[in-house]
Design a protein around this ligand. Structure first.
Ligand code: ATP
Length: 583
């Protein structure tokens, strides 16, 4: 570790690692996985979901004091002046007093890596009452057996600050050199099974050729395929060879869903953490609606409004993650899944097959329901359709589109950001900072829990010039249960058989309403929309403006329809807050 720490040359890093790994193979090859993890500063990959070592700075200081016989205060002083607990441990252990634990350790046998690893593992698994003291004592025991230099690295490891500067790529290169196989093969295997330790062990046990045969395995995450970015629909189609599969880019949490042969379901995040626990409902959807014994599929978990089924912003998912009682959180923040890929199914690796084949298989093994279905998508071959679909996605609560290649070489590029997937997001957005007063011009029947009442209202702004009402959003959120229950009664006197002559709408409401009722509405932003008529052709040809993520605040019985916010005011609001999206 000292050697690794002191070099900044990658070639040297790889050489040091190669000789270290060789030594491990010669002496005890069963340890190779653990050595790899240790070099990465971990006891195991994060996605195992095992406990952490769980000793903070204070605990490490206590352990050093215990082991060295120095006072805690002295250790703290040292920490203040040296600023690195590793150096503190080294210094303290080199001047340890005979009264410390060290005094009781008889003849010193050298401390092995295996013992360090196993002790730290034991410490991590110490849980519950009194475990803090036990953890500290066990760590002090390790320090006592260690040389000062060893104590330095143990202290840093426990603190999570090993920082050897060894990246995955160096480890991959070292393994390739050691086993005499091309680097690309090791890399490929790692992309399909994101566990370098396990891969090293597999090569050590089954021989280097095993990397060629590595396939995805349910239970071990794949490194995700990532998208490049472009802003111009013409460019996007050009890159994809003239035609692509455009899909809504949902603003949620990416989920790699693994269905294991024993019936278990494991969900991994974009960063390959195990996120099964916060999503028991997603586990149930997968168990119920995937008809394969074994599979790895991918999609986006999105928050939905519990009453309307409309998509909600990403932040709501995070509320859910923060809730302690997951069963309450599940009700308050329900989620749906929008699936977009399949990497493995029933013994077959699909990563090297083109997207249309992966999608066909995904459709075959899915029993699609509203909560768990394939992402909204469309095959597009011209920029106009692409742009229209893009605005549709935005108005439905999405960030934009991911447009994907569908040619023969459109494989699943695990671990790579490439041009087979292109994200198309907006350059500009216009935040909405103040509410507007809008007129109800139509209504949509409620689904599910909203059966029997309305699920959403079609709202319009007032176009003063033409003296008409132009639609700007569909609002379904923000109503209390009471307000919802009252909707049918409230709208009844105004219901008319067809669209009111003073209403301009491209949307077809289930029920048309005479412009009369005014409500205060706030949204997240104002955006261009081909579906709404407010400000039609004024900001962009062929499109109007819409309010994204609208919420009902209250009724404004004091206002008549002509007192509603005008379309010109909405254009002003849009222009005022328009700014470049920061990445
Ligand atoms: P971003 O911050 O834009 O989400 P990112 O770095 O997380 O970027 P990118 O590859 O750049 O990842 O963008 C793709 C991300 O978009 C995926 O990680 C996934 O979470 C999300 N996503 C939403 N819908 C889709 C979809 N239909 N297909 C692929 N990815 C999707």
């Amino acid at each position: 570790m000292e050697k690794l720490e002191s070099t900044s040359s990658r070639i040297q890093t790889v050489a040091i690692l190669t000789s270290l790994f060789k030594k491990v193979l010669d002496e005890n090859k069963d340890l190779i996985d653990k050595v790899v993890y240790f070099i990465q500063g971990k006891l195991w990959p994060d996605w195992y979901g095992y406990p952490e070592i769980g000793i903070g700075e204070k605990g490490i200081i206590k352990a050093i004091a215990l082991a060295s016989g120095l006072k805690e205060r002295e250790i703290e002083e040292l920490y203040k002046s040296l600023g690195d607990l590793g150096l503190v441990a080294e210094r303290a252990m080199s001047k340890k007093k005979a009264v410390g634990l060290a005094a009781f350790v008889k003849k010193k046998t050298p401390l092995t890596f295996e013992k360090v690893y196993n002790t730290l593992k034991r410490i991590a698994f110490m849980q519950g009452e009194g475990s803090r003291d036990l953890k500290i004592k066990a760590l002090a025991g390790l320090f006592t057996e260690a040389s000062p230099k060893e104590a330095k690295y143990i202290a840093r490891f426990v603190q999570g600050k090993l920082r050897l500067g060894v990246g995955d790529t160096s480890i991959i290169e070292a393994l390739a050199q050691l086993f005499g196989v091309p680097k690309e093969q090791v890399e490929r295997a790692y992309n399909l099974r994101a566990d370098l330790g396990a891969l090293a062990l597999l090569m050590a046990k089954e021989g280097p050729d095993v990397v060629k045969r590595v396939h995805p395995k349910p239970g071990i995450p794949l490194r995700p395929m990532l998208a490049e970015r472009l802003h111009d629909p013409v460019e996007i189609l050009k890159k994809l060879g003239g035609v692509g599969l455009a899909e809504y880019k949902y603003d949620g949490e990416r989920a790699q869903i693994h269905i294991l042969p024993d019936g278990r379901v494991i969900i991994f995040s974009r960063r390959l953490e195990n996120i099964t626990e916060p999503y028991p409902d997603v586990v149930q959807y997968a168990k119920k609606h995937v008809k394969a014994k074994e599979a790895i599929i991918e999609g986006e978990i999105v928050a939905v409004d519990p009453r309307t089924g409309e998509l909600r912003p990403f932040q709501e998912l995070m509320h859910r993650r923060r809730k302690h009682d997951i069963h309450i959180a599940m009700k308050e923040y329900p989620v749906h899944v929008r699936l977009f890929d399949l990497m493995y199914a029933d013994g077959e690796d699909y990563t090297d097959k083109p997207l249309p084949i992966r999608r066909k298989k995904l459709e075959e093994i899915l029993d699609q329901v509203e909560e768990f279905r394939i992402a909204e998508n469309k095959i597009v071959d011209n920029p106009e359709d692409l742009e229209k679909f893009f605005y549709e996605a935005i108005n439905n609560g999405c960030e934009g589109l991911v447009v994907k290649a569908i040619h023969d070489r459109s494989i699943y590029q695990a671990g790579a950001r490439g041009w087979l997937w292109i994200k198309y997001k907006r350059d500009y957005k216009s935040e909405m900072i103040e509410p507007v007063d809008l007129v109800v011009v139509g209504a949509f029947y409620g689904k599910g829990r909203r059966g029997g009442t309305y699920g959403a209202l079609l709202m319009a702004g007032y176009d003063k010039e033409r003296d008409v009402f132009m639609t700007v959003c569909k609002v379904g959120s923000g109503f209390s249960d009471e307000e919802l229950a009252k909707l049918p009664e409230l709208l009844k006197p105004y219901i008319i058989p067809k669209k009111h002559p003073r209403v301009v709408s491209q949307m077809e409401a289930d029920v048309w309403v005479q412009p009369a009722l005014v409500a205060e509405i706030i949204g997240a932003e104002i955006t261009i929309s081909p579906m709404h008529t407010c400000a039609l052709d004024k900001v962009k040809a062929g499109a109007g403006l819409a309010i994204r993520f609208p919420r009902f605040i209250r009724w404004r019985p004091d206002k008549g329809p002509e007192d509603a916010t005008t379309c010109d005011e909405i254009i002003e609001m849009y222009k005022m807050k328009l700014h470049k999206v920061e990445e």
